[in-house]
Ligand binder design. Sequence first.
Ligand SMILES: [Zn+2]
Length: 447
Amino acid sequence: MVQAVILAGGKGTRLASRLNGKPKPLVDVDGVPLLKRQIDNLMANGVDDIVLLVNHAANQIEAFIAEQNFACAVTLIDDGDPRGTAGAALACLDRLQDRFVVVYGDTLFDVDITHMIDIHIKSGAHGTLLLHPNDHPHDSDLVEISEEGWITAFHSYPHNPGWYLRNLVNAALYVIDKKCLTGWVDRIPVGDFAKDLFPAMLTEGALLQGYVSFEYIKDVGTPTRLDKAEGHLRRGVVERARRRYPQKAVFLDRDGTLNQLTDYVRKPDDLVLFEDAGAAVHRLNDAEYRVVVVTNQPVLARGECDVAGLAQIHAKLESELGDAGAFLDAIYYCPHHPHKGYAGEVPELKIDCACRKPGMLMIEQAVTALNIDLARSWMVGDSTADIAMAGKAGIRSVLVRTGEGGRDGKWPAAPDFTAGSLAEAVDIILANQQSAGTLAISETIQQ
Ligand SMILES: [Zn+2]
């Protein structure tokens, strides 16, 4: 049995104009009550036992559940007083299974829960939190993770100016092992998961994992957000962001394509984004491309920058893109360099590797991790290595005349298009999009 707990106690004051006296979980979302969308989606993704923590207008939710007669177990627990999200779950912990999924009653989502639980179990985490980038990280609560995906810190808005954080936001969907919560029942009688319980658990050594996903999950707790989500449903955005649905991607080189090509980028100050880069990436986000940076960073092999330093540089990149409402779905980098014999170098990184462009390994890793459909994907870069890699991968390429502008001459490279800037490259991509006509079939085959 896979159990999900839906926190359905909210009153929905901000949504009052859309509720017609109903409690928030029953708000109409393009003709279907939100709670029905949530339960149907959970069932479609392997959940067969649902616990609804209710409070406000509990009788209306109870009547709705009775009338719907869902094909899974649904238990209502009225938790009495409002206790916050964590307080409510902790108060009924003895009625929950050893492992459960937590869902908030005001989110519209389409998430492969079975896969998320698999990742949770394999990692040995106590709790796994779905994280995603959004288009306004500067006023969001952000989560910091290690290279291996472990959560290392929670940063509440407002953020310190001059501090760069990756664009990773807690999307409010968790997998939790009950045993790691038992010690907290008396300590957090009232409180939230995100603001109180998880940060406290982290300080006491709990293993919390970040599960970074592009799948659709959005809070629909205000009329504006609800309208936007309804538009996404109608246009198929929600469905197309399913993990099993092949994703189209634009692979972007970093130095010389997104940011100015200087000697080398060794620290955050060295990274200067091109003025129009944020707006260009934002247009790719809107067009539902997965945007994936693939970059050779031999500064690591040369010992001029370490992994933590590179993380800071990428936090600046994501932060400045975020200021333009843009985000990256993933960043892959090659830390290697083949030529030995320099002072300060890191010997174990001085190797001939498969990831250094024009090697294909970074693309292959992204294809596996994000289920990328190469037939509809693109590479944009300023060097012959970028274009040569695109040729090997069989994806269309745009050479930008910024940075190296293809003048490095290191590899035989014939781009499909050339552009004056990333913005022009995006014009070309959006004007030459490949059809997705056969995707429904390939999705069926993959399942
Ligand atoms: Zn490499």
